[in-house]
Design a protein around this ligand. Sequence first.
Ligand SMILES: [Cu+2]
Length: 296
Amino acid sequence: MIRRRLAASALAAFATAGSLAAQADSGWGLLNMTPGVTDMSRNIYQLHMKIFWICVVIAFVVFGAMIWSLIKFRKSQGAIPDVTLVHNTKVEFIWTVVPVIILVGMAVPAAKTLVEIEDTSKSELTIKVTGFQWGWNYDYLDDGVAYYSHLDRASDHARELSSGIDPNTVDHYLLNVDHPLVVPVNTKVRLLITGADVIHSWWVPAFGVKKDAIPGFVNEAWFKVDADKPGLYRGQCAELCGRDHGFMPIVVDARSKEDFAAWLKEKAAEQKQAAAPAAPAAPEAAASPAAASTAP
Ligand SMILES: [Cu+2]
């Protein structure tokens, strides 16, 4: 009876922990990964939860058996050591085979997810991402659009030692950029990620993407934002890359397909104009390349 009650309360505790974990933006949910806004990020989240609960069950069984044996077979109760367990073939067999089965059971879904993460086939848009000290360059390879993305001015100003600005007053302090990466929702976007100087890492948790940007190498990653989840998604460089490593955030602006197409067209025209030789009739077109990176 007591055992059944204990089991019921343990199950209730698991259920509570599970529902807490589901509330990602408050309380205990903050300690866990978030399910994100792509199928892949949800796959990764579910895999993480599956492995987590397997570990919890193993911990309960192992520590339960240990504590129970320590109490039940203590010397003061007159317990006599059982020496038949040592080098017992049957026991050795069981405690080798059971962990192997558990490990294979964990490796199969993990390998499946890894293969999916690496599958960049059938992508609809390719963007080259270059990390540098300290910012990102985004190059829409098929559309002639490329621009730099840096820490926004408000954060950059507030971070200076003598600025006297309270960082708490700055909106999205150190997590805002001047020109976010703009992508369409419901589209398989392939990223070609590389580094220009040292190793950086492009990381946006909500997409389940974290990939090193290594000079001389091109790494691939992909994501497909849910059709009903346009919005701003934030990340950071996730590889210690030098003095200003903490000052090269990532912001992705996921827009509807129509909004994205309009933005891309406008941006392409703007950059084409900026790149054209200066004509005396249009002095504003002669501006420096900085003019090409006006707000999207
Ligand atoms: Cu970096």
